[in-house]
Design a protein around this ligand. Structure first.
Ligand code: GUN
Ligand code: FE
Length: 418
């Protein structure tokens, strides 16, 4: 057994925060969480790691990001989505035909995720099979867990980043065959979005998802230009989501990024089919997509998680994505004259951690019976407070001020990775 001592903080439910000053987590030898203790026992029959006065919190989950866009963080931010894709994004992703460049970039990305406290991801690669396998390898080595998708895109791209329908199918199968070598990273089918995929490819992917029991991730209702284009491409579908539903891609665990403009009917279809929203607040502001109705989604009972969406988002650190999510929700709050309540710190942290872990099957913040996903945050380096702070106050400050210097240790799938 192992005993981790520290100030335990977690959010078991939306809007609920548990704080256990000088508590402890009890793990078995495989790193599975057995118990959450309000006070550390005096004599424990366990190997003790004492994190002193630091905060021990569930790690972050980034439910939507584009690995091959890491080199273009903070570029092209003044363009709307479709122009941003054509001018910057596709050309950047084309560079990942070069496997050495992919190795260097993905090694860096994997390390930066872990040092920022992100231990689970649901991630897009590029269309390149070899670079995608390198990405999966580097994530595993660094201790990141989760899902990665080789992107499928057989239309409306630029000449440097094209695959034919046949190539896309063949490469997807080659990629899936090679995924068995990974223990902590699994494949997820990834049609980029409806404008990028022919009907034939979408239908083939839907069938494959069903045959092999694979999950699906894509983009939905992000931007008005994109939505108009989808309407042109699928005049038979009254709404965007139906272009996925038509081909069997709209199902339990499907992750749809953005959903900024999803109306009541589209949202009801998410709830009905178990589709999860990856809300990407920073990206939605950067490329002027809009402000998603997150409070309404939560009130309706939707599963809402957070994504950095790099490089539409310009920040990989999920602590900063969480605080940006709060600020953006306050914009909507003010714009609706208070009708849409903003997200509190507890709520936004819940969305960036517990809600993501829940998608992976581990509910409740610190999930007993599951391998531990945690980060240890040391706030001793922040400015000296004017009075003694409660653990709740220290948590709030940690969420706002955390950077990689403050993240002292990380546990991922039961393993101490830093
Ligand atoms: N829609 C299709 N591809 C992308 C992408 O790479 N980023 C964002 N934000 N939206 C997309
Ligand atoms: Fe995206």
């Amino acid at each position: 057994m192992k005993l981790l001592k520290g100030n335990i903080v977690y959010s078991p439910k939306l809007g609920e925060l548990v704080t256990l000053p000088h508590g402890a987590l009890l793990l078995d030898d495989d790193g599975v969480l057995c118990d959450i203790l309000p006070a550390a026992p005096e004599h424990a029959d366990a190997v003790v790691t004492d994190y002193g006065d630091a905060l021990v919190m569930p790690s972050f989950v980034d439910m939507h990001l584009h690995a091959p866009q890491y080199p273009m963080l903070g570029m092209g931010m003044d363009l709307p989505l479709m122009e941003w894709l054509n001018t910057y994004t596709f050309k950047t992703e084309a560079r990942f035909a070069d496997t050495d460049f992919a190795r260097r970039t993905y090694r860096r990305l994997a390390r930066d995720l872990i040092t920022g406290g992100t231990t689970r991801v649901c991630m897009f690669s590029s269309l390149h099979t070899d670079a995608t396998l390198i990405l999966m390898e580097e994530l595993e080595k660094a201790g990141v867990t989760g899902y990665v998708g080789k992107v499928n895109m057989d239309r409306n791209s630029v000449p440097e980043l094209e695959e034919s329908t046949e190539q896309s199918k063949r490469e997807t199968l080659r990629w899936l065959d090679a995924c068995g070598q990974f223990r902590y990273i699994r494949p997820i089918l990834t049609p980029r979005f409806t404008p990028s995929c022919t009907d034939e490819l979408m239908a083939w992917l839907g069938k494959l998802a069903e045959e092999r029991g694979l999950y699906v991730q894509s983009h939905l209702s992000e931007n008005d230009g994109e939505i108009a284009f989808v309407r042109e491409l699928h005049p038979d579908c009254p709404q965007y989501w139906e272009t996925y539903h038509k081909y069997g891609l709209w199902k339990d665990h499907t992750v749809m990024a953005h959903c900024v403009w999803s109306d009541e009917r589209e949202r009801a279809a998410m709830l009905e089919h178990g589709v999860t929203v990856a809300h990407c607040a920073d990206s939605n502001i950067n490329i002027c997509s809009g402000v998603a109705p997150v409070r309404t989604m939560l009130n309706e009972g939707l599963s809402v998680t957070l994504g950095s969406d790099i490089a539409g988002g310009a920040m990989l650190a999920m602590s900063r994505v969480v605080t940006t999510t709060i600020r953006v929700s306050k914009l909507r709050h003010m714009k609706t004259d208070g009708k849409d309540g903003f997200l509190t710190v507890d709520e936004a942290y819940y969305l960036g951690s517990t809600a993501g872990h829940r998608w992976f099957g581990a509910d409740g913040g610190f999930a007993k019976g599951h391998p531990l996903h945690a980060m240890v945050v040391d706030d001793a380096g922040f400015a000296e407070p004017v009075r003694e702070l409660t653990l709740r106050e220290r948590f709030e400050r940690a969420v706002y001020l955390m950077d990689k210097n403050a993240v002292k240790a990380v546990w991922s799938e039961g393993r101490n990775v830093i």
